[in-house]
Design a protein around this ligand. Structure first.
Ligand code: PXP
Length: 239
């Protein structure tokens, strides 16, 4: 069964809009767990636009499921990850101007650095995942830098609803997933996923073990509540 990691960044986005104490990413995470989420994801961005350092400590200390910490591979974040010791670190590229993560990592231009970062996490028993576009060169790069897993960027797929372009995105995701599995990498996926576009991912892309979903779950939670929103997503994945 594919595991759902619920990303609680946008709970913090609402809180930071007022610089106040509510809503709480931890409360949302606990409700997500209650509804069956396998794990919780939070992205500590360098600009701290949503999740704050304190949120990461609180989540790590109070959730009962694995914490997946998304971060850029920079010294400041590496130190925080090593002190926090999450279950898993997912390395993403970061650009201060972007509204959200815009594309996968270019592993090929930073292999030596990623090997060193991965070694530091391995020594601490932290799983090391890399967010990449569905591209064979990047998949092979992830293997060379000894990542445990890749998270395939479903963002471009999620932006097209139908037609040839969508079929092409699904084919690229499938090829990358097959290649990754063949060379011993675990396969995750995420970005822009919704209960509308998840079914085609599941029926076309093999070997996916985990999905990371945030914006849609938090948006839907405004209408139906956090637990129901997580349950709707799990039902979609399971059916
Ligand atoms: N995976 C990665 C690497 C991300 O950066 C994000 C967004 O923080 C997600 C998954 C979740 O994307 P969304 O919020 O669109 O579901």
């Amino acid at each position: 069964m594919i595991k759902l990691f619920v990303n609680v960044d946008h709970v913090a986005t609402v809180r930071e809009a007022r610089k106040t104490f509510e809503p709480s990413p931890l409360t949302a995470a606990i409700l997500a767990e209650k509804a069956g989420a396998y794990g919780i994801t939070a992205h500590l961005r360098e600009d701290r636009r949503h999740i704050q350092d304190e949120d990461i400590k609180i989540l790590k200390n109070h959730i009962n499921t694995p914490l997946n910490l998304e971060m850029a591979a920079v010294d400041e974040m590496i130190k925080i990850a090593i002190n926090t010791k999450p279950f898993q670190v997912s390395i993403v590229p970061e650009n201060r101007q972007e509204v959200t993560t815009e594309g996968g990592l270019n592993i090929l231009e930073q292999e030596a650095h990623l090997i060193e970062v991965g070694n530091r996490f391995r020594q601490m028993g932290i799983l090391f995942s890399l967010f990449i576009d569905p591209d064979t060169d990047q998949v092979n790069g992830a293997k060379r830098v000894k990542a445990d897993s890749i998270e395939l960027n479903t963002g471009p797929y999620s932006e097209v609803c139908s037609g040839k372009e969508r079929t092409q995105h699904l084919a690229q995701l499938k090829d990358a997933a097959v290649k990754a599995h063949e060379i011993g990498l675990r396969v995750f996926a995420g970005h822009g996923l919704t209960t509308t576009n998840i079914p085609a991912i599941i029926s076309n892309v093999p070997w996916i073990e985990e999905l990371n979903i945030g914006h849609h779950i938090i948006s839907n939670a405004i209408y139906v509540g956090m637990e129901q929103s997580v349950r709707d997503t799990i039902n979609c994945i399971e059916n």
